[in-house]
Design a protein around this ligand. Sequence first.
Ligand SMILES: Cc1cc2nc3c(=O)[nH]c(=O)nc-3n(C[C@H](O)[C@H](O)[C@H](O)COP(=O)(O)OP(=O)(O)OC[C@H]3O[C@@H](n4cnc5c(N)ncnc54)[C@H](O)[C@@H]3O)c2cc1C
Length: 555
Amino acid sequence: MMEKTIEFFENKGLKKIKEDDHERVWYSDFLEFVKKEEIFATLLTPSGYGDEDSRWDTWRINQFNEILGFYGLGYWYTWQVSILGLGPIWMSKNEEIKHKTAQLLKEGGIFAFGLSEKEHGADIYSSEMALIQQDDGTYIARGNKYYIGNGNKAALVSTLGKFTSGGGDPNNEKYGNYVFFTVDSQRKKEYELKKDIIATQCYVAEYALHDYPITDADILSKGREAWDAILNTVNIGKVNLGWASIGICTHAFYEAINHASHRKLFGHYVTDFTHIRIFFVDAYCRLLGMKLFALRGGDYMRSASPEDRRYLLYCPMVKMKVTTEGENVINLLWDIIAAKGFEYDTYFEMAARDIRALPKLEGTVHVNMALIIKFMVNYFFKPKKYPEIPRRNDVRNDAFLFDQGQTKGLSKIQFHDYNIAYDSVDLPNVNIFKEQIKTFKEFMTKATPTMKQAKDIDFVLLGGELFTMIVYGQLLLENTKIYNIEEDIIDQIFDFIIRDFSKYALMLYSKPSSTEKQMELLLKMIKKPNRDDERFERVWKNHVYALKDTYVMNK
Ligand SMILES: Cc1cc2nc3c(=O)[nH]c(=O)nc-3n(C[C@H](O)[C@H](O)[C@H](O)COP(=O)(O)OP(=O)(O)OC[C@H]3O[C@@H](n4cnc5c(N)ncnc54)[C@H](O)[C@@H]3O)c2cc1C
């Protein structure tokens, strides 16, 4: 499937991909291919509902994510919102609709996730889509949804609403009225496709339901279960954004190194400039870091169970940290290829635009940061022993993802000791970073944020950035063992980790409310990476420059 997909895009060629992107041509050729090869049916139908090789296998889902990001975010988006739309369905107890969905997938159907509303953004509590009970016990749905990908063609749109007259659970004031139900986007009379609200190749719909008839057969979940289905679906879908970023950056990297290594200015190749080499090495290390972290996050996601919910920290980080790192990679590469990055014919021109979207979807960086901060105390002060998690590329249906249970109790989740990973490595830059971590821990005990600071989201978010760097480095290190990453590269990766950590420490230091003690410790956190010119040269020559002319997309 992966190879056929690559072949599909290489045959289509960059020129046509760009033309379709610019002309905003709906990707029916891709969806025809997906239908013919039954790709979504195979990858997105959990075991037991489809053919024998159908299973929800996060390992291969991540691969597919990366490939789609590599060729064009539009293709990725129709797949991504199908995954989101399928989330509440596969989590539902409504078996009939699950079997129907499996059949629709087999017929090439795509899906949509009708959560967001125009006026409410991240505030899902305020959703207004109404499900109104009728005298005969059926319902009608009435309301609007906004920002809904695939809303033009989806076979089923999983829509979040609220019971407004009967049907809800009066004993549960907070969650009792939530309900997830499905609607058919092709039912023209009651489903009004209002418009495409985004100027890209994707179709991001505003739709309205005008007394759309709903029966129990269309209802996926109610009350607390419906609420949990929102968050649990987003838990699954989040990591896809990190993988799309990885795909985009990888393709852009090849374009940049090919261009710069052949361009001669003032008698030298662009790749001879020292600053260009530094940008490239940084971009390479950041991209490798993104991959190592996301892969390791996938291991924990696939190993998750009611007893091991560590994935709830790592998944938002794949979403939030990996996608912002993606922006850093593209920024670096764009400074290298400069004007070329605007050209009609390059992949880069799409990459530079699309990379910005990923940190903003599925909850912004802030929303995800606000989430992971809840794990900070247990992460540092209450470690727990867990069995070692190996690389999880085994052939398996990840059933737990559709049975994650209630989304509460986050602050009770414990993590394995981060020192295990850090203490297993003795390299100059990793050792400097360990010093930074030690000071951060001291900061938390001896200069604990005041009540006022804890309420200041701006202050807290910066603390979250520092925390994130520590978890990022930990999982990345765990994976350097699994993937046998050379010491040179590990040390070079920690060069940027030290610099980023120092940057966030300085930003927190500069906050008007930081106290004397906090400032003292924050200054102590600012460190300079170990300079090793030979190591840098080896990474540049053996790993970065070596990628020159190794991949060019078929025109
Ligand atoms: C291209 C595109 C496709 C999309 N596809 C879909 C889709 O298929 N289905 C769907 O349901 N939705 C979809 N969305 C909607 C998307 O998920 C929302 O954009 C998202 O929920 C955030 O809402 P908002 O952008 O309106 O920001 P707002 O919610 O208005 O937030 C504004 C600011 O407040 C901050 N903020 C909000 N809450 C918090 C908090 N708790 N803590 C800290 N900061 C906070 C945010 O970080 C942000 O900076 C799509 C959006 C786009 C742009």
